[in-house]
Ligand binder design. Sequence first.
Ligand SMILES: Nc1nc2c(ncn2[C@@H]2O[C@H](COP(=O)(O)OP(=O)(O)OP(=O)(O)O)[C@@H](O)[C@H]2O)c(=O)[nH]1
Ligand SMILES: [Mg+2]
Ligand SMILES: [Zn+2]
Ligand SMILES: [Zn+2]
Length: 371
Amino acid sequence: MKNPLEKKICPYCMNVISKKSVKYFCDCGKEAVRIGFPKKLQCTDENCTSRRYRMTCPYDACKSELPTGILDYNGYLRFSLIGLSGAGKSNFLTAMIHEMRLNSTGRWVISHMNPDTFEAYRRNEEKMFTHHEPVPATRRGSIIPQQWSISDTQNSFLGKMPVYSLTIFDGAGEDEKSVEPVIANCIQGSKTLVILFDPLSIRQLENSMDKNIYHWSTSSNPNEYPDAMITSLTNYIRNCLQLPPSQKIKKDVAVVFTKIDTLKKDFENSVVMQESPHIKAGGFVEQDSIEVDNQIRSWLKKNGQDAFLGVINKDFYPERVRFFGVSSIGNPPVAERTFGVITPHRVLDPLMWMMYRENIIPEKTKQLEGK
Ligand SMILES: Nc1nc2c(ncn2[C@@H]2O[C@H](COP(=O)(O)OP(=O)(O)OP(=O)(O)O)[C@@H](O)[C@H]2O)c(=O)[nH]1
Ligand SMILES: [Mg+2]
Ligand SMILES: [Zn+2]
Ligand SMILES: [Zn+2]
């Protein structure tokens, strides 16, 4: 269970907020104050009859409306999806929320905290799961952090159901040159950085794979130097954190290989291609996750990408890094911009790892088939 005394943070500017510091505004636009016993909100205009109030961030540069209940959550998970354009961030996020909503065996209930979050998700979900098309590329300037809450319906803390706040930031493909303040804030405030990497961006794979599948799965050009791509990303993170090159980045890092469906030939029946065990086990199966981590690292080495691992080791603390393999659609696309049946594969693994690291879910051992 999480520490209920954990600092509360504004999900937009990432500054610390508290019950005392937040501001309230009445529907009429005037400030509202908490008075009486028990404390009740009241408009500062004595003649106002409105009874609807908004809670806002106290920082002048932010003043964003805060999701109701933000001060009462049991824990906060905040992560940013970072990756070059076309890495698969938005399809991954959509599949992840979709799986949490529909396939988490009823234990976890995920709810949006504001209408914008749900609308952003709904649009992408419809594209992917109804029309079987990839979600559109994310536009710069249109980025909002998504605010979700996760309720653990099978647990209780002092008689209450634990609820965790989940702030997710899905940016437009990162490039080193420009760092927008909203992105820098989100990266600074993230506990975990989720670096998404498209294995198809490794040039040599282009020739070892079905040409159609390759082209239907990539929207960017392959690259001779995947390690340099990772360096661009870590430089970008450093810029956001204003961190000199001599210091490692002090964050948990999930390095997520996307589009793993296109590598079935390479991974065959290995663990990464098998169904994820975590949700079924009701916790985090550390052993499974370590096996997946090893398999992805070995695959990189086999494909001559030791330098990739070198950059990760140099820029992050090795004990805070975990590799994952996911497929947001489960199978390669069947035509240009067309998905077939969508069966997301292991898309909840990185989130479950974060929940495990935050003591929200326990460690479980691997269950044998049929048990
Ligand atoms: N085979 C396969 N292709 C995928 C998968 N996920 C995404 N793709 C392909 O990758 C393309 C880019 O995916 P996006 O999720 O839009 O990538 P992004 O990182 O959000 O890109 P930007 O918004 O431009 O930063 C999609 O148009 C799909 O063609 C997957 O799981 N498998
Ligand atoms: Mg995107
Ligand atoms: Zn704020
Ligand atoms: Zn009023």
